[in-house]
Design a protein around this ligand. Structure first.
Ligand code: ITT
Length: 205
């Protein structure tokens, strides 16, 4: 059976993270779908109780879809560092603490690597995107981008852990990269390309 198509004119972007919101709005722009954020719709942030990126993306998308009566797109993502057994992973947002201080979160990653005297600095970003409808139907897509983490962080573009991540075959961090170039290779862009092919293809223009 094929994937459900997004035919509605308006989509809720089910995130309270400004950096993600900007990226998802950029990626959606060519498809002529009006995007509103969950925050603008007054939707609360659900508790992320899932044990996988997929489960958390579905829980967030369904929460917004049911609260608004509109289809909703959520992203659950994180940075997985191999020498740290995949941490901060699902807890990437939580490592930044209540003030969402990603300088602190990046320092925690570096300190954890130093504590292990780790030589392996390989890491990857994961993004799971779920498109959910108010009737409970979900379509979920996963994207990854592999690379390594550097210290000190470099660049003030992007968000979150971008200043410490260098993708394979690149020399600059995502924090130094022009946004269009990040969108050509990121975990989020890869998941998004599959979502478009499955659920939005044909809508462009
Ligand atoms: P929502 O749940 O409201 O979407 P959040 O920030 O809590 O926002 P997550 O639970 O998915 O989102 O946490 C993922 C964290 O991983 C996020 O806060 C970022 O710091 C980090 N992250 C995800 N994608 C990233 C990217 O492209 N660049 C840098 N950091 C990223």
């Amino acid at each position: 059976m094929g994937s459900r198509q997004l035919t509605e004119p308006t989509l809720v972007i089910a995130t309270h993270n400004k950096g993600k919101l900007v990226e998802i709005a950029d990626l959606m722009r060519p498809f002529g779908v009006a995007c509103v954020s969950a925050g603008d719709k007054g939707v609360s942030e659900p508790e992320e109780t899932g044990t996988t990126f997929e489960a958390n993306a579905e829980l967030k998308a369904l929460h917004s879809a049911r609260a608004t009566g509109l289809p909703a797109l959520a992203d659950d993502s994180g940075l997985c560092v191999n020498a740290l057994n995949g941490d901060p992973g699902l807890y990437s947002a939580r490592w930044a603490g209540p003030t969402k201080d990603f300088g602190l979160a990046m320092r925690k990653v570096e300190d954890a690597l130093a504590a292990k005297n780790a030589k392996d600095r390989s890491a990857f970003f994961v993004a799971c995107l779920t498109l959910a409808w108010p009737d409970g139907h979900c379509e979920t897509f996963r994207g990854e981008v592999h690379g390594h983490v550097v210290w000190p962080p470099r660049g003030d573009r992007g968000f979150g852990y971008d200043p410490m991540f260098v993708a394979e075959n690149e020399t600059i961090t995502f924090g130094e990269m022009e946004p269009g170039r990040k969108h050509a290779m990121s975990h989020r862009a890869r998941a998004f390309a599959d979502l478009v092919a499955a659920c939005i293809a044909g809508r462009r223009g």
